[in-house]
Design a protein around this ligand. Structure first.
Ligand code: NG1
Ligand code: MG
Length: 496
């Protein structure tokens, strides 16, 4: 049975069974295909396969980078077949038409060129991450060796299911294996989260943590600093159906506007709150997350409720103003140019160059309410309440989360809102966008016995129009709406 603790070593198997369970036969055929592609390109079979899943986040959106726990489960996976050879890193994909071959030098100090977004950057980011982590630990790095790589992924891309973490985590494990390096799961989860930022998004650590620590059949509550994961057993008969709105969240937009802007807004909200709570400008500038503001709020609102989400929301209501803050207003508050606050942080400097309006109140209200829904969701799952009661409470939390993402965090989209409505009308007990938003997928809670009928109704209500418009093939719909099955976390396969 796979294990998933932060202190455990990366699992190594010689069979597909422990990872794929009752889907082993399908997996066997897939690995044969990957091996054949590898042999065709490189002349001999791979030495090992590393594989790691994507994820669907059930609740807790846009709070991981604020330091708060989230509740995802692992889904599908990306396989990285690897062998030592040559004097470069040659990164290929079974789907070569979509993902053309890339080659990099073996120098771990080379820069990732974020200006040119290309899929090979994810491998390079992981490669750098492994060597950096060695350096941080003060361990002697082995001499880099040339690697031949063939990638194959089943995590839908561009849709909030974190195909990016799947390839980064699998790549990191492949690089470790080929250099004889061993790190614990917790270490890999932490350094891959940092490494993925090389690709240009200033993300939190949820995706890599669940990718490395996921376990078949269960969701995980993932906490940070240090990263750790605890099991959440979902109610009997609860199925989470993923549906892709087919609106693709644009990565470049996400770097200057959407995602990275939200990370900046949260930091500025934290600083503005800290100032209003009596901190000096100097102290306020060094506060990065809304979680760090909690003790300040607690000190101001003494009493039994001072540490609750309620007190935090009240503080935000009282201390931040409605509407956007301009760059000038914030610089006056902090007594510092924003470009100086973020000196040396290239991704964020791009955000500052592209924006002059920062919504602080709405973003903070979202974060302090959403972080509370995560332990509530877990507590409902763990309670002894009847299944029906559990389901409706979970559904309600999911609906609240979507409304907050839509109205306060403004990370939904016309398509996502329409799809959530169709999901609800088709009988979802709860439904919400999942992942970063601005496109991508929704996740809906559906009773096992209703899953087939639900999927049919959503196909009719949402996808039929897209099929008619030629945006998607009817035969492909199974890839865009499916009942998710919690997958095993990252592992290395030494197949014979
Ligand atoms: P997506 O875009 O779904 O892979 C992103 C972040 C997460 C988290 C969610 C929002 C990356 C790599 N990951 O996930 O850390 O912040 O958005 O909850 O950007
Ligand atoms: Mg991603």
């Amino acid at each position: 049975m796979p294990t998933g603790g932060a202190g455990d070593p990366i699992n190594v198997y010689t069979e597909l069974e422990p990872v794929y369970g009752d889907a082993t036969e399908t997996a066997r055929r897939r690995y044969e295909t990957i091996k054949a592609a590898f042999v065709e390109r490189f002349g001999s079979p791979p030495e090992a396969y590393a594989r790691s899943p994507g994820r669907v986040n059930l609740i807790g959106e846009h709070i991981d980078y604020e330091g708060y726990g989230v509740l995802p489960m692992a889904l599908a996976d990306t396989v990285v077949a690897v062998r030592r050879g040559g004097d470069q890193l040659v990164v290929c994909n079974v789907d070569a038409a979509k993902y053309p071959e890339k080659a990099f030098s073996v120098d771990p100090a080379q820069e990732v060129d974020v200006g040119k977004h290309n899929w090979g950057n994810y491998f390079l980011a992981a490669y750098k991450g492994v060597f950096e982590h060695l350096a941080e630990k003060g361990q002697q790095a082995p001499a880099p060796v040339g690697l031949q790589i063939m990638v194959h992924g089943t995590v839908p891309t561009g849709g909030g299911l974190s195909s990016s973490a799947a390839i980064v985590c699998a790549s990191a494990m492949a690089v470790m294996r080929m250099h004889g390096i061993e790190f614990t799961k917790g270490e890999v989860a932490e350094f891959t989260a940092r490494a993925e930022r090389y690709v240009g998004v200033t993300s939190g650590g949820m995706d890599q943590a669940i990718s490395i620590m996921g376990m078949p059949g269960i969701a995980k509550l993932v906490d940070f600093n240090p990263v750790r994961a605890s099991d959440v057993v979902l109610p009997e008969g609860a199925v989470f159906v993923v549906a892709n709105s087919l609106a693709i969240s644009n990565k470049a937009e996400s770097a200057t506007k959407h995602y990275n802007l939200r990370v900046v807004e949260c930091r500025l909200a934290s600083a503005a709150l800290a100032l209003a709570l009596g901190q000096s400008r100097e102290e306020a500038r060094s506060i990065i997350t809304l979680k760090e503001v909690e003790p300040l709020i607690e000190a101001m609102y003494s009493g039994p409720k001072a540490s609750t989400s309620g007190a935090q929301l009240a503080a935000v209501q009282e201390l931040l103003h409605d509407g956007a803050y301009s760059t000038g207003e914030i610089e006056e508050l902090l007594g510092l140019k924003l470009t100086d606050l973020y000196e040396g942080n290239a991704s964020t400097l791009r955000v500052l160059g592209a924006n002059d309006a920062f919504e602080l109140k709405k973003r903070a209200l979202h974060v302090y309410a959403e972080k509370q829904r995560v332990p509530e969701f877990r507590d409902v799952c763990n309670s002894g309440a009847p299944v029906d009661e559990k389901m409706s409470k979970l559904g309600q939390l999911m609906d609240e989360s979507h409304a907050s993402c839509r109205d306060l965090y403004e990370c939904s989209s016309v398509e996502l809102d329409a799809l959530v409505q169709v999901n609800k009308a088709a009988g979802a007990i709860g439904s919400r966008l999942t992942g970063a938003g601005w496109g991508g997928c929704t996740v809906s809670l559906v009773r096992q016995q209703d899953v087939d009928a639900f999927i049919e109704k959503v196909k009719e209500g949402y996808f039929q129009g897209l099929v008619a418009a030629g945006r998607v093939q009817a035969e492909e719909l199974g890839e865009h709406i499916f009942a998710s099955k919690p997958a095993a976390g990252g592992a290395v396969l030494n197949l014979k």
